[in-house]
Design a binder for this molecule. Structure first.
Ligand code: PLP
Ligand code: COI
Length: 341
């Protein structure tokens, strides 16, 4: 059955679809995969996910390609990362084959929600794992639920591939220096909400967080990593307190393929005055070009896009990434899982 969605004007949000898939880890093993039509979860009020934050999640996208085939981008990397996040929060790691199988099932079951080629939209997959055991003392659960729901989405920032503005503030940290920044867990996002909402109230799309130890170096950009182009070099923060972005990793590879040198290193805030282009990158953000960055504490505006337009290298990288995701060019690195629907 056709959907009556207006694909081209979809925001980045939740749209109900036909099914989600679930699997429970109990008595030391993962059970059978359940296909569900329910949008709710029944759980004990003392479940560890509710009290002690035992929750990890992922975000990845499926695209309808030029050839009509559906491609899921970098499925195995997301499988790897959710395992690492689970281990970081003392949760049961999800076997790679279970993760892959459930992602493919979730897309297949909701095939009619995969936006058409050319619409600019995609199907976002949101896998999440939660601790289900009732505990009052602080200790990890022995039972876990793994769920994947999907939602057709448009651009994360309203500007799409137009430039957006970002701010720096030292009033809040999202994570601690040796904390959970490397893991994709709800607590990091809870800790970022105050800063994010304050920034939005002031008209910015996101906060560019600084390293939480010294507040000297750039860390990451709200729900995305950060990169800049300086004298033809792709520079991106090296930090233990940021999420290892799969999009950033892919863009770095594409940059190298284009002969653009890549440097992952500490980037002092003041170096923003010397960059030619900058962008927030992530599954949701793709590569969102940044127009200017305001350092609210120092009262300094770093104007990045002097003409207000996305820079040439960011545009080239964005186009190269999209072309692979949409099956317009050969996937030389084997990043797509092509579905056999
Ligand atoms: N950093 C944070 C905090 C994120 O939430 C995300 C989104 O997943 C990213 C970076 C980008 O990571 P990826 O490119 O793997 O989506
Ligand atoms: C993503 O890019 O997949 C994210 O998870 C970002 C955000 C919506 C949390």
């Amino acid at each position: 059955m056709e959907t009556n969605l207006d694909w081209a004007s979809l925001p980045f949000g939740y749209v109900p679809t036909d099914y989600n898939v679930r699997c429970t880890y109990r008595d030391g093993k993962w059970g059978d995969i359940e296909v569900s039509q329910s949008e709710t979860i029944n759980m004990h009020m003392a479940a560890t996910c509710l009290h002690y934050g035992q929750e990890v999640f992922e975000g990845l996208k499926a695209f309808r390609g030029k050839d009509g085939k559906i491609r899921i981008f970098r499925l195995k990397e997301n499988a790897k990362r959710i395992r690492s996040s689970a281990e970081g929060l003392v949760m049961e790691p999800i076997p790679e084959d279970l993760f892959l199988k459930m992602c493919v099932m979730a897309v297949k079951l909701n095939e009619r929600f995969v936006p058409p080629y050319g619409s600019g939209a995609s199907l976002y997959l949101r896998p999440l794992e939660i601790g289900m055991t009732p505990r009052v003392g602080v200790s990890p659960a022995s039972e876990y639920m793994f769920i994947i729901f999907v939602s057709p989405v448009g651009p994360y920032f309203k500007s799409g591939f137009g430039t957006t503005s970002i701010c720096i503030t030292r009033d809040y940290d999202r994570v601690a220096p040796k904390g959970t920044g490397r893991f994709k867990t709800g607590g990091n996002y809870a800790a970022s909400l105050k800063a994010g909402m304050t920034a939005k109230d002031k008209g910015y799309s996101a906060v560019l967080f600084l390293d939480p130890r010294e507040k000297k170096y750039l860390d990451e950009c709200g729900p995305a990593n950060f990169f800049a182009i300086k004298n033809g070099v792709y520079i991106t923060p090296a930090s233990d307190s940021i999420l290892p972005s799969i999009t950033n990793m892919s863009l770095q590879q594409l940059a190298k393929d284009m002969g653009i040198p890549v440097e992952a290193r500490h980037i002092p805030v003041e170096e923003l005055a010397e960059v030619d282009e900058a962008a927030a990158c992530g599954t949701a953000a793709v590569a969102s070009p940044i127009g200017y960055i305001d350092d609210l504490d120092k009262n300094v505006r770093y104007v990045i896009a002097k003409d207000g337009k996305p820079g040439p290298i960011t545009t080239k990288l964005y186009n190269a990434l999209r072309a692979i995701q949409l099956g317009e060019v050969e996937d030389i690195h084997g990043w797509n899982h092509v579905m056999g629907i």
